[in-house]
Design a protein around this ligand. Structure first.
Ligand code: OAD
Length: 227
């Protein structure tokens, strides 16, 4: 099996019913990121921020991994995902790197402990730490925060050493994850993009599959696996 690394974004979960961030019906169209997904917003109004995350958790809890998640799980690819929904793990992928965190994890702003929390809806908003009763925050990366170094380094190592770097359903505006396909290309990998629309990655991609995630992954598996 060739060495394949997959980078996914919101587009891979769109068919599961989870809104993307930008574009039609996108989360950032209806909400202002600076009012909800920043450390300042959380300091000003943790309850409001948690109400939004509680809403998203409820929405995600009603969804299922779709065929694109499942096909990617079947080929045992390492997945780097910008999504926080946990659907790749639910589809059975063992190795998932999550540089933007995971909406089912919480971190205490007092004692710093991080752990899983699957309460839907949350028992109290904002929720409190089970160890020290401190204020919890979602263990996701907000605007203005840096990405976890260990996840980034691992993602970069993978991009540098793979033969094929597949990008599915991301607009790739967000640094530094958007650099990964460029890193892969520089180190000799073929870059394949699956996206119904053009993105900055399209320009450097060796192969572009202009399809939505499910059809795109099916085509990729049928036609490209002998690259
Ligand atoms: P975006 O909402 O920016 O982009 C979604 C991409 O998916 C677009 O390029 C669409 O064309 C594509 N798309 C839509 N439906 C699709 C489908 N059914 N199949 C395949 N592709 C489809 O989402 P991301 O690129 O994932 O960061 O956003 C990256 C980051 O920006 C997010 O992780 C989040 C956000 O701000 C943080 O919160 C830190």
């Amino acid at each position: 099996m060739m060495s394949l690394v997959v980078l996914t974004g919101a587009g891979v979960s769109a068919k599961s019913g989870i809104p993307t961030f930008r574009g039609e019906g996108g989360l950032w169209r209806n909400f202002k990121p600076e009012e909800l997904a920043t450390p300042g917003a959380f300091r000003r109004n943790p309850k409001l921020v948690w109400e939004w995350y509680d809403w998203r958790r409820q929405l995600i809890s009603k969804t299922q991994p779709n065929k694109a998640h499942k096909l990617l799980a079947q080929i045992n690819a390492v997945i780097i995902t910008q999504n926080v929904d946990g659907l790749h793990q639910r589809a059975g992928t063992e190795k998932v790197i999550e540089p933007h965190g995971n909406i089912w994890r919480v971190r205490c702003t007092s004692c710093g402990k991080e752990y899983e929390n699957y309460d839907v809806p949350l028992r109290e908003v904002p929720p409190k730490c089970k160890f020290c009763n401190g204020l919890l925050r979602p263990a996701v990366v907000w605007f203005g925060e840096s990405l976890p170094l260990d996840a980034l380094e691992e993602a970069e190592r993978l991009a540098m050493s793979c033969k094929v770097f597949l990008v599915v359903g991301t607009l790739e505006i967000v640094y530094p994850a958007r650099l990964l396909p460029f890193v892969a290309k520089q180190h000799g990998a073929k870059v394949v993009e699956i996206n119904p629309e053009s993105t900055p990655i399209s320009e450097i991609a060796d192969i572009v599959i202009r399809e939505k995630a499910i059809v795109g992954v099916e085509k990729f598996l049928q036609e490209m696996l002998n690259l």
